[in-house]
Design a protein around this ligand. Structure first.
Ligand code: DGY
Length: 329
């Protein structure tokens, strides 16, 4: 590894395109682990002691992983969620953490709505049915779906993405909106007629329950067997937040036994999802964590993450600093 000693070094570990690397190379040494050159984790660990900045997503980073990263100043995550990072440890070490909020709000809300529509109208299931050549007469009522318009939409976590899902429901589909969370959102109550409920009340009343909370120790397994039983048997659960917010085994059980009608899932307790009982369930729509996966949005996230990293390494305050207390400015 030959690194210029006049430049800081960036370790670009995932979701970093060749264009991003080219831009980074204008100011920094860049190390980008490459599967063609051997084990990615080994390359990552070898590069860590040289790195002043990390950029990427999808790696758990805390005390154990960063012990050898003695020069590390910043981790720029190409994501809005930062549950993969041990923020307390970052604070202890004075390492800046940045994320990419705002730019993925609308795309993630679109995907949430796609899951609502797909689960209710059985889009994925009936696509497979049609392609399997099963459409020989008019579709039997056993394959009918349920309406979305006019039904009650419950949003668990009315932050930016939750509000964007709520707007789609209220303005596009005439859905009454319920929400639960840590605080009242009076602006959205006025804008959308949204009504605050406790989580239990929301679960009991909503036809669609959409989870949009960040993952924390408070929200891990927020939805378990008890909560699933509170939902209507006709209700659909949509998760576009993080997999561990739902007790997946309990969800599978609820879907198998008709405790709820269906689920639309983008996230899972263990990703990538493989060999899961969810694969056998026609009433579960399973997507591969694609909330922000559009060309436009991923480009915007990459730009934002690059800008954050650059600012941090050049001594400026990054726009999206998760832990401002460590900024030495
Ligand atoms: C995020 O940014 O947190 C989304 O889940 C995409 O990774």
């Amino acid at each position: 590894m030959s690194l210029s000693s006049t430049k800081k070094t960036v370790l670009a570990f995932s979701r970093v395109t060749p264009e991003m690397i080219e831009r980074l190379q204008q100011d920094f040494n860049v190390i980008a682990p490459n599967p063609k050159l051997g084990d990615i984790n080994e390359q990552f660990n070898q590069a860590l002691p040289h790195a002043h900045g990390l950029i990427g997503v999808g790696r758990k980073l805390g005390r154990q992983q960063l012990e050898n990263a003695t020069q590390l100043e910043v981790v720029s995550s190409v994501s809005v969620g930062y549950d993969n990072y041990d923020v307390d440890y970052f604070n202890e070490r004075g390492i800046m953490l940045t994320n990419t909020p705002d730019v993925l709000t609308e795309s993630t809300a679109d995907l949430g709505f796609a899951l609502i529509m797909s689960s209710a109208r059985r889009v994925a299931e009936l696509d497979a049915w049609t392609k399997a050549g099963q459409w020989q007469a008019s579709v039997p009522s056993a394959l009918f779906g349920c309406d979305v318009h006019g039904k009650t939409l419950g949003i668990v976590g009315l932050g930016n993405i939750g509000a964007a899902v709520a707007r789609r429901g209220r303005l596009g589909f005439n859905m009454p909106i319920l929400y639960s969370g840590n605080s009242r959102k009076t602006d959205l109550e006025h804008e959308l007629g949204a009504q605050y409920r406790s989580l239990d009340q929301l679960l009991a009343e909503a036809d669609f329950v959409c989870l949009v909370v960040p993952l924390s120790e408070k929200t891990r397994h927020l939805i378990g067997p008890r909560e699933l039983k509170l939902m209507k048997p006709s209700a659909i659960l949509v998760n576009i937040s993080r997999g561990p917010v739902v007790d997946e085994a309990a969800l599978v059980h609820a879907l198998q036994h008709g405790t709820i009608r269906g689920a639309g899932l983008d996230v899972y307790e263990k990703e990538p999802l493989s060999d899961s009982p969810l694969f056998q369930l026609k009433n579960a729509v399973t997507l591969p964590h694609i909330g922000s996966a559009t060309h436009e949005t991923r480009d915007a996230m990459a730009q934002r993450a690059l800008a954050n990293l650059r600012s941090a390494l050049l001594g400026e305050r990054p726009q999206d600093l998760v832990n401002p207390q460590v900024f030495k400015g």
